[in-house]
Design a protein around this ligand. Structure first.
Ligand code: AMP
Ligand code: MG
Length: 404
């Protein structure tokens, strides 16, 4: 059996970035730039006012003071978007709004709050330094490289790309993913189970986890524990970049998934990892497709997703932040653990003055939903320790959507 680290390294080798594609701006949130972005225009693209106020010549304001106000004639009104028609000369100003083009001759803007207006005249009682409240053309972004290849496009990058007029953007596209639940006992979540039957929850947790990575998976439904049904549905799943098959990879007599994988030419990269839950996880590859056989128990599949599938998706999407980030927390009570495998316990992390504290989220059985829902973190207890006692520092992986 291999270690979690070895298994992660193997997954990563097979999770190389997909071919770059040009996509429109509306579709690139969360994706990775496949090429540098060069600014074709400067930002701001013209010199403009940073305030609602008056544009004037700073030299005209030098002697202004509380006792000796200076008065200006308002030559023009400039809302954002209007092109000035008047040059600012001695003793004149233009009323200007934020973002409006600075008129010729003006070299400063005084905010409206610091002025007094009467009909077509405006008075100030203090000098205004040259350059005050002006946003100069190109002061933010110069022409040339502005975003590097490999950058993840977040909402703020969306703003910059839009401001620069980028529409077709070269990105690493996300992998396509198919999910298949397997098991004779499974029925749809919308059906009423007769005794012995179980509602399919795995396809839903997997789909939800995929959506947190921006992936909208193809649902292949539920396959019976029969070679024929498995063969047909797995074959369909092999059209995707990643295929997740839940259930049937253990050692039960009905666990046929691995043998159907073999029959279909899926090469095994590993099966069984020194971890709990999630031990029977299988990873294989065929052509461009990375195939995961995930254990059927809900908590096992969840953990296996976080440890192997999420990194694979990120790798294929060209991300450099591939592996989960662990924080340190102090255990508030002893945590059960057996040496020799990595335990991923469902935990509840809270903040305290000294940092994070963590406690168990309840029953840790791999079939348990409740502790999974109560957890906001996975506690990682490494292979080489035999227990964690109260006060021990442990690694915690904060889960998506949780709060502290
Ligand atoms: P398996 O990995 O197929 O041996 O399944 C292990 C356990 O997980 C069994 O109790 C199954 O009934 C349960 N299980 C498997 N697949 C699902 C699923 N899609 N939804 C809910 N439970 C499942
Ligand atoms: Mg099964």
């Amino acid at each position: 059996m291999i270690s979690v680290n070895q298994a992660q390294r193997i997954v990563l080798k097979y999770a190389k970035p997909r071919h770059p594609r040009k996509m429109s701006l509306g579709d690139v949130l969360g994706l990775v730039l496949a090429k540098d972005i060069s600014a074709a225009t400067e930002l701001p693209s013209f010199t403009n006012s940073a305030m609602d106020g008056y544009a004037l010549r700073s030299s005209d304001t030098k002697s202004a003071s509380t006792g000796f106000p200076i008065s200006f004639r308002i030559a023009e009104y400039l809302p954002a978007g209007k092109i000035p028609t008047k040059k600012i000369t001695a003793g004149t100003c233009a009323q200007i709004m934020t973002g409006a083009l600075l008129p010729q001759g003006a070299d400063a803007v005084i905010p409206i709050e610091e002025t007094e207006k009467k009909r077509d005249r405006m008075k100030i009682r203090m000098p205004v330094p040259c350059g005050a409240n002006i946003r100069y053309r190109g002061e933010d972004v110069k022409r040339g490289k502005i975003l590097a290849k490999g950058t993840v496009i977040r909402p703020q990058e969306m703003a910059l790309l839009a401001a620069l007029g980028c529409d077709r953007i070269s990105v690493c596209s996300r992998p396509t993913v198919a999910i298949l639940s397997t098991g004779n006992e499974l029925i749809s979540h919308s059906e009423r189970p007769s005794i012995g039957k179980v509602r399919d929850s795995n396809s839903w947790v997997l789909e939800a986890l995929l959506r947190t990575e921006g992936v909208c998976p193809k649902r292949l439904g539920i396959a019976k524990d029969s070679r024929q049904d498995l063969r047909k549905k797995i074959r369909e799943g092999l059209r995707s970049d990643i295929l997740l098959v839940a259930g049937g990879v253990s050692v039960g007599t009905h666990d046929l998934v691995k043998s159907v994988f073999e029959e279909l030419g899926i090469q095994q990269l590993f099966w069984k990892v020194k971890m709990k839950p999630g031990k029977p996880v299988f990873v294989g590859s065929k052509g461009k497709t990375l195939v995961f056989g995930l254990p059927g128990n809900p908590a096992s599949g969840f953990v296996a997703f976080e440890i192997f599938v999420r990194p694979a998706i990120r790798g294929m999407a060209g991300r450099s932040d591939i592996f989960p980030v662990y924080h340190t927390a102090v255990a508030v009570h002893p945590l059960k653990h057996r040496k020799g495998k990595v335990d991923f316990l469902r935990g509840i992390v809270t903040k305290s003055k000294g940092g994070f504290l963590v406690r168990s989220a309840g029953r840790q059985g791999s079939h348990c939903f409740k502790s999974l829902c109560q957890a906001n973190a996975l506690i990682r207890l490494p292979e080489n320790i035999s227990r964690a006692v109260r006060g021990d520092k442990v690694d915690v992986l904060l889960l998506w959507g949780g709060s502290l």
